[in-house]
Design a protein around this ligand. Structure first.
Ligand code: RIB
Ligand code: CA
Length: 325
């Protein structure tokens, strides 16, 4: 079993990833920590709690960091995920459960210390909760099993600027701390997430199969999200579909062999026109004179290639299981 803390800003693709994690027989979600990003953090926490309970799973959900490490807060992208982060749901069923009262960073510290060398942090939003957890308890860097980050781009163009991916751009200072922490870390960025398309018809088929409020809600959210992606990437989508970015972080967790990787130092540009760019040092044999690029700095495993069809097939097979309680 993979014991996981899921750090997330739901968000439609976050919801897809969450339901994959809940449905996969080898993933045990110990807790969900939330951050600002696709929505404000209180909405992210409410969405995580709602999605989880709707599917009948009782997992601790915490509210985390509300704004970036250094830069001023931005405006959530309602045009991608809806005002509520889930494609503007017309109504919600009652959800009487409460959040776990701990701040997300404290939950991460407590849980990693309770399960030394067992916990994978799967982070698919801006990285402030992980940076704060490191600040509270630097020892967790040597106690986690691994960190998997959906964010960044090594060679692929960005999605909020020509060089920056959204999660990293939203909090570049936190991201640079996380990539430099010295824990085993894998970057699942646009280099691979832009290779994997999940078509709307798959979500329609899953909703039809289960006839359950959880998969109905997911379908509603994905319909909204697909309008954005199918409009933006007309050349990529023959039929309505989307990039399910955050899902790929869990694919790396359970099927790392499906990914081609490079290992190197990753630094994050924190200001200026290239803010949020993740720069991968690809040539260790060059002795760069600029400081900050020393070869002995912590390295990141960066995903560059992916077996896209295998990922889509596993997603569908997993969500087709009887996973809702
Ligand atoms: O760039 C993709 C990432 O930004 C995903 O995590 C998505 O949820 C959005 O926040
Ligand atoms: Ca996300």
């Amino acid at each position: 079993m993979h014991k996981v803390i899921f750090d997330t800003d739901p968000g439609v693709d976050d919801a897809i990833a969450l339901y994959f994690a809940l449905a996969h027989p080898s993933i045990e979600v110990l807790g969900i920590t939330t951050t600002f990003g696709n929505v404000h953090v209180h909405q992210a926490a409410a969405n995580a709690l709602y999605l989880t309970r709707l599917a009948g799973h009782r997992i601790p959900v915490t509210q985390g960091i509300a704004s970036p490490w250094v830069q001023p807060p931005g405006t959530p992208p309602a045009f991608i995920h809806g005002d509520d982060g889930l494609g503007n749901l017309p109504r919600r069923l009652p959800c009487p459960d409460a959040l776990d009262p701990r701040p997300s960073a404290q939950f991460i510290v407590d849980t990693v210390r309770a399960h030394p060398h067992e916990v994978s942090l799967v982070a698919v939003g801006p990285l402030g909760n992980l940076a704060l957890a490191l600040k509270l308890a630097p020892d967790i860097a040597s106690l986690v099993r691994q960190v998997i980050v959906m964010g960044g781009a090594a060679l692929e163009p960005g999605n909020v600027s020509p060089v920056a991916e959204a999660n990293i751009w939203n909090d570049p200072h936190a991201a640079d701390i996380v990539f430099g922490a010295g824990w085993p870390i894998t970057m699942v960025g646009l280099d691979v997430t832009h290779q994997v398309v999940t078509e709307l018809v798959l979500f329609e088929q899953l909703a039809q199969l289960h006839r359950h409020p959880a998969t109905d809600t997911l379908l509603h959210a994905v319909q909204f999200y697909c309008q954005f992606y199918s409009g933006l990437h007309k050349h990529r989508f023959a039929t309505p579909g989307c990039f399910a970015h955050d899902l790929l972080a869990f694919m790396v967790l359970v099927q790392p062999d499906w990914f081609g990787t490079e290992s190197g130092v990753v630094r994050v540009v924190t200001e200026g026109i290239a803010k949020g760019q993740t720069v991968l040092r690809r040539r260790d044999f060059v002795d760069y004179p600029q400081s900050g690029w020393e070869t002995q700095r912590p390295r990141t495993l960066v995903c560059m290639e992916v077996d896209a069809q295998a990922c889509v097939d596993l997603f569908v097979q997993t969500l087709a299981r009887p996973w809702m309680r």
